[in-house]
Write a protein that binds this ligand. Structure first.
Ligand code: PHE
Length: 445
């Protein structure tokens, strides 16, 4: 990430950093279990449709706003749309702050499983044991908070140190390794007896299975997985050179994000069916299934260690992008130094995250709208705050500032009038309407 320099070194640098933000725990931890909870195809097919319509259009819009406005989410949106859009930008920054607090708890689980892998405790073929292992971790508030602290500290360390030196270079090697490992796991999973049922579950689509909740969740996940509506791509766009073509780079980001999620689905679901587990088992799904697959192959512990290293780096490139948005905001608007900003976030996020960390065990009795604190935060951020941020971006790009956004879209490559009109239609009509309908369904449906 180019937080300390004013521009990405190349188009590839931008695509990798944006894909790094997009691909993380969302694809690998959340996607498989949300697909499981929401009935497989009834979630995945709308997710794919949302991604290639409003998803790509909003990525284009965010990046264009960032490049034209040259500033953090608040600054850029204010420059292009006036003070009210500035407030909406600030709201997006607030969403990032909330998200990173609970994201870090799941990041902590990854650290814990990585440590297990090094001590030879990461694999097993006994589902009951694996379930108990996961449950004992998450229901132990103190242990959960300690791992959250470790992950949060790693995130803060990277943001203070500057990203391009370490993590950027590291992720160039580890992300492809993660993909290769996932492919190996997929091959292993698919060759288990009964695995095909999992593939059918993932892609079998029928209109009867569609529900308001599955559509709302699919839309929310589109925002979550593309890191939309939280100021990330506006910030990253502000470092983008004028010579980079925005629509084609945005398409790349979307394609990479969706393939990561689909690979994760294919990695988990066939194994779930083959091992006779429940697809709607919830947040523990990845942490129960993956160790079982590794438990059934030679050198499973070694592969498991590699897998969790890659997963941790994928999670870090995302959490770092979230914290970077908040830090950029504190630096620009509150005129704090980078160090002070990060330390302030560290302390406040530790406490906020600790509430999420305790919400599976000791504080599970404390619920909001029927959800524990962790689930509630995730629910409102993913299904409401991020889509609301996306709605603001769509209104700004599609209505208020369309002439300059249009210039940004065709700045490098001359797209046909039809393509430009299609993007405009998706921003000015389709995105706002879909977001509003999904909100309505989600609240009153
Ligand atoms: N897209 C990230 C993931 O899938 C999460 C994220 C959400 C990152 C919002 C930035 C902003 O893991």
């Amino acid at each position: 990430m180019a937080s300390t320099s004013s521009e990405w070194s190349s188009r590839l640098g931008f695509i990798l950093a944006s894909a790094g933000s997009a691909i993380g725990l969302g694809a690998i931890w959340k996607f498989p279990f949300w697909a499981g909870v929401n009935g497989g195809g009834a979630f995945i097919i709308p997710y794919i449709l949302f991604t290639f319509t409003i998803g790509v259009a909003l990525v284009i819009a965010e990046v264009a706003i960032g490049r034209r406005g040259r500033g953090s989410a608040l600054t850029a949106m204010k420059r292009l749309g006036g003070p009210w859009f500035g407030y909406l930008g600030a709201f997006a920054v607030f969403s990032s702050f909330l998200i990173v607090s609970y994201y870090s708890v799941v990041g902590g689980w990854c650290v814990s499983y990585l440590v297990d892998a090094f001590t030879g405790n990461a694999t097993s073929t006994d589902p009951e044991m694996l379930k108990n292992h996961f449950n004992s971790l998450v229901s132990d508030g103190t242990r959960n908070t300690a791992w959250h602290f470790v992950f949060l500290s790693l995130t803060c360390g990277v943001v203070i140190a500057g990203v391009e030196q370490g993590i950027e270079r590291l992720s160039k090697y580890l992300m492809p390794t993660l993909f290769i490992l996932m492919l190996c796991i997929i091959v292993r999973g698919l060759t288990l007896p009964g695995a095909w049922e999992g593939v059918v579950f993932l892609f079998d689509f029928s209109f009867e299975k569609l529900t308001a909740a599955s559509i709302l969740n699919a839309m929310g996940f589109t925002f979550f997985s593309l890191s939309l509506g939280a100021g990330i791509l506006v910030t990253y766009g502000s470092y983008l050179s004028d010579k980079t073509c925005i629509p084609s780079s945005s398409m790349w980001v979307a394609v990479l994000a969706i393939q990561a999620a689909l690979l994760a689905g294919l990695m988990i679901m066939p194994a779930v069916f083959a091992f006779g587990l429940e697809p709607n088992a919830g947040p523990g799904l990845v942490f129960i299934t993956v160790p079982m697959i590794f438990g059934s192959i030679p050198f499973g512990d070694v592969f498991a260690a590699l897998f969790y290293i890659c997963l941790l780096v994928a999670a870090l490139t995302s959490s770092v992008s979230l914290l970077e948005v908040v830090t950029a905001f504190l630096q620009n608007e509150w005129h704090l130094s980078r160090r002070t900003s990060v330390i302030g976030c560290w302390i406040s996020l530790f406490f906020l995250g600790a509430v999420s960390a305790f919400s599976f065990g000791p504080w599970s009795g404390f619920t909001i709208a029927g959800r524990n604190f962790f689930d509630f935060l995730d629910f409102i951020c993913t299904n409401f705050f991020m889509p609301a941020g996306g709605l603001a971006v769509a209104l700004l790009a599609g209505w208020r500032a369309w002439p300059v956004i249009r210039e940004e879209i065709v700045a490098v490559r001359q797209y046909s009038e039809g393509t430009v009109k299609l993007i405009h239609f998706m921003l000015s009509y389709l995105s706002p309407i879909l977001v509003l309908v999904a909100f309505y369904q989600g609240i009153f449906g």
